[in-house]
Design a protein around this ligand. Structure first.
Ligand SMILES: Cc1ncc(COP(=O)(O)O)c(C=O)c1O
Length: 457
């Protein structure tokens, strides 16, 4: 039986069910209640200040408290706080943001945007667009979605079924039929090779074999993150994505890029697809689209996907309407925030800063491997870094989660004023893209001291 006193005595945990968090653990280790945010810093209810090394949830890319975004939200709320976009009515900010997104993704060939309220919903829309696309194209049997192991695409049942992580999947099984995952190029742990490009070739080949095995005429789409995030920051080799695109083309399969984390600069280029030189058929955005100031997701489609939905039928509810939508799709406040946010991203060239500061931080973390034998692997691209801990470097044995090794490091970093994310065996560093070199050094130095002190006992 749980200790009910512990569970009920803490006001932060008594009345709330937290996502992905054990109630008893939280009651004993109360969450930091964040009350203030300013640039790359946040502060809690006791007045403690932390460098936000996780940018909220890898989304507050322009930093906290940006006046430009606040002003845009206020100006919009003075005019109109909400109106539906369900056809026959719409609102101006959603129309203007769609145009801005089409301009920004012109290089990738996107022509239209469909709005929702977050990343899971935006992926859900991509999955449904893919299925309805094939139905309209006269191939209703093309329904299957293939993704990668260790993928994280969200929590709604469609997006969840595309996830490649047992922890997220298991409690809700059976998931949707027709969702399949193939191998991801996880260099540090794989049974195939220690050569990154060769691993990419093998994983691409496994995807093609799976498409052929399933029967290409049953596969609607393949979806992937340009760099896998919640799966532990898995960076593919440069040749991997172009190969995936070729394979999809060979078998007529749609290619969906889940850019929920990588969109708008995090990898050091405006989009992850751009970093890999690939034009997907759909690009899925959320998080960095407006740095989390108001919930928003967007699913972008290219001309190929848009074509069968563009109809000359003169009636509203024809089978060619995309039969999907959320009340808050294209929320005016979210879209106004997004336009102000994206202007900052472009004006301040935040992708370039993410690239430069990220490369510096990656090199510094890699150097720490010589000093700390508990650091098994360091990987990353731009301001998206993963540090994988091991109990034994020779065997790559992982710490038991119950040992709390990672959590003790996390606590020590917190005590020194740096918040970074401890996700199972991996620490994830994903700060705002405005991070300076000095702030990057502070994150590395704090982690260096913390892991040394915790390992020493
Ligand atoms: C790559 C990716 N896709 C989708 C999602 C789901 O987004 P949301 O939590 O906004 O539903 C996430 C969330 O972290 C993500 O990292």
């Amino acid at each position: 039986m749980p200790d009910t006193n512990v569970l009920t005595n803490n006001p932060l945990t008594r009345d709330v069910v937290y996502p992905f968090a054990n109630a008893t653990f939280l009651a004993k280790h109360p969450p930091i209640c964040v009350e203030g945010g300013d640039g790359v810093y946040i502060s809690d209810s006791q007045g403690n200040r932390f460098l936000d090394g996780q940018a909220g949830l890898w989304n507050v890319n322009v930093g906290h408290g940006r006046k430009e975004i606040k002003d845009a939200i206020i100006a919009q709320i003075d005019k109109l706080s909400y109106y539906s976009t369900f056809g026959l009515t719409t609102n101006k900010p959603s129309v203007d943001l769609a145009s801005m997104l089409v301009r920004m993704t012109a290089q990738e060939g996107m022509t239209k945007a469909f709005f929702s309220s977050g990343g899971s919903e935006a992926n859900e829309a991509a999955i449904k667009l893919a299925r309805q696309y094939w139905r309209l194209m006269g191939h209703p049997a093309r329904t299957k979605i293939i993704s990668l192991r260790r993928a994280y695409h969200g929590v709604t049942l469609g997006a969840l079924s595309a996830n490649g992580y047992t922890y997220y999947r298991e409690p809700f099984e059976p998931l949707l039929p027709g969702f399949i995952q193939t191998e991801t190029p996880y260099l540090y742990r794989n049974p195939f090779t220690t050569d990154h490009e060769e691993l990419g070739r093998l994983c691409a080949e496994l995807l093609e074999r799976e498409i052929i095995y399933q029967g290409p005429n049953s596969v609607a789409a393949f979806m992937a993150e340009p760099v896998q995030g919640a799966g532990g920051v898995i960076v593919p080799p440069p040749g991997f994505w172009p190969r995936l695109r070729e394979i999809c083309d060979r078998h007529g399969v749609l290619f969906i890029a889940d850019e929920v984390v990588t969109g708008f600069g995090r990898l050091g280029s405006m989009f992850g697809s751009r970093a890999w030189g690939v034009k997907p058929d759909m690009m899925v955005f959320a998080k960095g689209i407006n740095s989390g100031y108001v919930p928003l997701g967007a699913t972008m489609i290219n001309a190929r996907v848009a074509e069968p939905f563009d109809t000359e039928d003169d009636a509203q509810f024809t089978p060619r309407a995309f039969a999907h939508g959320n009340t808050y799709a294209g929320h005016p406040l979210a879209c106004a925030a997004a336009m102000a946010n994206l202007k900052i991203v472009e004006d301040e060239d935040l992708p370039a800063n993410a690239g430069a500061v990220g490369a510096h931080m990656l090199a510094r973390f890699q150097a720490l491997q010589d000093k700390h034998h508990n650091i098994g692997d360091v990987r990353g691209k731009g301001l998206m870094l993963g540090i994988e801990l091991v109990a034994d470097r020779a065997t790559k044995k992982q710490y038991e989660l119950t040992e709390g090794f990672g959590h003790r490091i996390w606590e020590r970093c917190i005590a020194k004023g740096v918040l970074i994310r401890n996700l199972a065996e991996t620490f994830i560093i994903s700060p705002p893209l405005t991070l300076t070199m000095a702030q990057a050094d502070l994150i590395v130095d704090t982690f260096d001291e913390a892991i040394g002190a915790v390992a020493a006992g």
